[in-house]
Design a protein around this ligand. Structure first.
Ligand code: DGP
Length: 122
């Protein structure tokens, strides 16, 4: 899928749409999800445009994706998620991805339920 430079996260990164930022450096920003699915729900976004979702990744992306995951664990510590948390990357329509700019969800603050419905599995 071609990258849409007007997707909502690209616009947030350009400052065209407000967001609550909990972290930023020259490579990533982390914002609070506008529709939180848990008491703590933070999204980590790479600043660079062009990566629509996980399916776009290849070996050349391994370093920055690794840094993003490690950053998520650091933010989780800073947010006090000492009892655990979940890191999620949705991909495409079946994965429930709604914004076509790769992002990592950090969810915590309560015991989380099953991450996919068992119904429908043959
Ligand atoms: P996904 O479904 O994996 O593509 O996750 C997209 C998330 O982005 C979803 O949990 C809702 C959130 N979201 C959508 N629009 C906005 C927005 O304008 N601001 C913020 N902070 N979050 C948004």
């Amino acid at each position: 899928m071609a990258y849409d430079p007007d997707n909502v996260f690209a616009r947030i990164l350009r400052g065209e749409i407000p967001s609550t930022r909990v972290f930023e450096d020259d490579e990533f920003i982390a914002i609070r999800d506008v529709a939180p699915a848990a008491p703590t729900h933070i999204l980590l976004l790479p600043r660079h445009e062009g990566t629509t979702g996980p399916a776009d990744l290849d070996a050349a992306d391994a370093d920055w994706v690794g840094r993003m995951v490690i950053l998520a664990t650091r933010i989780a510590r800073e947010q006090g998620l000492d009892d655990g948390y979940r890191l999620v990357m949705n991909c495409g329509p079946h994965g429930g991805q709604s914004v076509p700019h790769l992002h990592l969800h950090l969810l915590g603050g309560r015991t989380l339920g099953a991450f996919a419905e068992p119904a429908g599995i043959p």
